[in-house]
Structures are given as structure tokens and as C-alpha cells.
Design a protein around this ligand. Sequence first.
Ligand code: SGN
Ligand code: CA
Length: 534
Amino acid sequence: MNTQRVFLIITGAAATAAAVSCSGDKKAQGKPLNVVYIMCDDHSFQTISAYDDRFMETPNIDRLAHEGARFTNSFVANSLSGPSRACMLTGKHSHKNGFTNNEHGIFDGRQQTLPKLLGAGGYQTAMIGKWHLVSEPTGFDYWDILTGQGDYYNPVFIRNGERLVREGYSTDITTDVAFEWLDGRDRNKPFCLFLHYKAPHRSWMPDLKDLGMFDDKEFPLPETFYDDYATRQAAAKQELSIIKDMNVIYDLKMADKENEIHTPEQPELENYGRSLYRQDLEPGQLVPGRMTAAQQGLWDAYYDPIIAKFKEDKPEGNALSEWKYQRYMRDYCSVIHSVDRNVGRVYDYLKENGLLENTVIIYTSDQGFYMGEHGYFDKRYMYEESFRTPLIVRMPGQSKQVDVDGMVQNIDYAPTILEIAGLPIPDDIQGESFLPLLKGSKPDTWRKSLYYHYYEYPAEHSVRRHYGVRTERYSLMHFYNDIDEWELFDLKEDPMQLHNIYGEAGTEILTEELMQELERLQILYDDPIRKKNR
Ligand code: SGN
Ligand code: CA
């Protein structure tokens, strides 16, 4: 079963799901609710079993869904880390918050943000984990962030301006830091904790205790793994390919101690392998991002035999492609296993501290991710796997799972959290509070279309700039800059987005309607880059 079909079935089920009334916002509850906002980096909905059970089990994330709401039509505004985080913090599209791409973006921390609004409303706030917005966080009472992308092992943090290295695995440490902050918080105030895991970002390095846990699993190859991109020139123009672009040394850790595996197509990576994590310095010294000798021993004990077998088997052609896919999935899912375990730790902490029934728990990712669909890894495109993002919200007082099928986007998070906190939503916020959807009702006026705009090109992975509109059934996108291509998909007839119907006879009226809707959204959101007249 492909992912899009999984979603269609979920969406169908949502229509019949019983509406559950949950005790919701501050007014209904009588006292302010706390919020724990958990955001992973690059966590695909395909690897959350509450959404899709083909790949792995995530019992702790699933529990949040079973005791809360699972959003089946959740999207981002710009499928990339920094931009996505800026959309979440401001409730505004990228062109309004100014952070359009990772390469050149520096978040202007003087602007209005969710933590500032919460702080003014009496909340205490903390930002812990991956930040990725270049400028220092503003508006939080406490911040303790990973530098840049963050490291998996022995990562560097900046705690309210002070650098420190913490020993251990990033996902565990990030949770530990959150617990320390929660332990020391002011108990007279409600809180909002932003808990941002660096995992499972490239290059998918598992917690050492989870190495090998998926080695007996053969992951099903996506139906579109060998996509030939016929009818979709913009889909072909990228460097996201598992077959072509995923590197066996950098991504799949196949560098042996002597760096004997060569990657002639990328000679600069030949000496990259083990230096990624090797501890070359004096014993006892903790090198940020590198493993200690003890950690390295566990790593080598796991990878050495795999490397030896890889060198012996020398897979080629499709065998190599599929070997890469299996290794990618094994590493990625092992990293998710640790995330899921830590979500369980957060749940237990809240329960043990009597906070579960007055705390809203949100679980999401900064965007979706390709698990080999279209042959891709990474994200960026407005195609479904990376346009969508998981979103699960556990509201206190709800006893069984509700599926919410309204289309929501990460610009909605700030206004939703403000409404949960019982605070006013400033007029210039572009998102909408989805609290009514959480309470089981979808207003007739709820949005029927979404706007998307991706900017990072020329850049790594070479996905062209594009904007587009998505309705419940159709997705129209325009790729621009050094390309001028339109793509139109009927998601009902073609959920895997293999058949671009743009320009086909019989689509004229539909195309015109979608063009008008795209223009309406570009005007509504005041995007200075607009579709040109065709
Ligand atoms: C890094 C990765 C890319 C990834 C971007 C953006 N390369 O540059 O593969 O697309 O981050 O990811 S790596 O060689 O550094 O691993 S994002 O999630 O931060 O937007
Ligand atoms: Ca990301």
C-alpha cells in the first residue's frame, strides 16, 4: 500500500469519527493549560505507526494519537527546517517572517513571535534542542539550543548564550535538559516548552543501544522507487536520489578504518567516512560531535562486519540501489526508535508530576520526508510526502482518538497555542487557530486550500523554486527561476503524483479555477512573488 492511499483511507475514516468534546482552552478549563510542543527534524509520517504501519512501531507517539487527535491533512508552508521553524514561531508565511531559506536566512528576532506573546500573557517559555535560525533565540525565558544542525553524539549546546558540551546521545540529552528546566520552573505560572529534537536528520545516526534493531527487517520498496519522472521535468531536476546522490560513506557509514571504499563520483568524500565520528584526540577529552573511545568501540563492533560484507558482495545496479535503501531505512528507523522512547519519557514525566491532565502535548516535525518515494530522500518539494507533516495533539480530558481531516498548516500552530492559552491572536498572524477542529467541529468557513512556497535554489539537492496551491483534491505547482514548469495532479486519481495533467485536454476549466485560487492566496498572504500571466 502506498502512502497516499494510506492517507486517503485515513481521511475516509475521519468522516465517520465521532466528534469528541475535549476540555479545551483556558476558558473551558478554568485555569491556563501548559503546552509541550515536541518537534522532530525530518520525521516522516510514514514512520509513525499511528499513520502508517508498514515500516515500524512507534507506541509512545501512537499513544498521544490514541488519547488525542491525529491530523490526517497536516502540511507545512515551506518544506525546509529554518523556514518551517520561522513559520511556526510567527504564524506567518516565509515572505512575511523573512526566513525563506536555510542558506541565507537569519531570523529577525525583533519581530513578534509566539514565545513573546505567551510571555506577555503570563506564560514561562523554554526552547530546548534544534533551533537552526542562526540569530540567538529571543522571547524565551530559557533557551538551550544545539548549534546549527546539532550533533548526534556529545553535542554542543548554547545555554542562554553560554556554550557547553554534553556527553551522550542528542535525543536523550535534549529530553534530560527539558526535565531539568521543568523541575526548576516557576510553579505559579503556566508553561510552554518547545522541545525540538535534532533527530532524525541526515545522516541518521542511531543511539548506540539501538544499532542493528532493524537488521532482520526487509523494508518494502516504495512503488515509485524507480520513478522515471515522465511528464514531470521538475521532479527529475534534483539531487535527492537514493540511487544517484546518497553516498555510501557519508550517508550509509561504509568507510572502513583505512577508508578503502572509494566513491569516484565524489572524491572529496573519500576521507570523510570515519572522521565524522572518530575520536582522534587525547583520551578523556570530549570532542563535540565525535564519539568517545567507548562509544566508537560499540559503533565499530556493529558496522565493521557490515562494511566487510559490503566490500565482499560489491553490489551493483539495482542490487546496490536496493541495498542502499535498506541501509537508509534501518538507520533512519533506529533513530526514530530513540525519539519514540523519549516521547514516552516525556509522557511519563508529565504523568509522574501530575501534569498530564493540564498539559497539551503536540507532536510534529519541521516537514515530511521521503522514504524512497520517487526514489528520493530529503524533502523540499510540494509533493505530498514532504508537503505533509505529522501532527498529533493530545488534549487533556479526551478519552479516545479523533481524526481531524481539516487542512492545517504550520502557520496555524502559533494562533492555536495562543487560543489554547486563552490569549488574543494578533490580526497580522496569517494562520488560523485549529482549536475548533480539536474540539470536534469544523467551521463552514474553514480553509479549502493551502498555499506553499519553496525558495532554496541554487542550493544543495537542487530542487527548483516553486509555489503552489493545494485543494482537497488537486495540487497545482509552478517551478520557476531557471525553469518554467507547471505541474498539476489529481490526488484522487493519481495519489502517487506520477501523472502531470497540466496542459492536457479537458483540464482547462479546472486549471483556470486553480490559477484563480492560487492568485487569491498570493494576494491574501501578500506574497510579492506572484504567478505571472501565462
Ligand atoms: C543539510 C543536509 C541536507 C539537508 C539540509 C537541510 N546535508 O545541509 O541533506 O537537506 O541540511 O535540512 S548534510 O550534508 O549536512 O547532511 S534541514 O532539515 O535542516 O532543512
Ligand atoms: Ca528538517
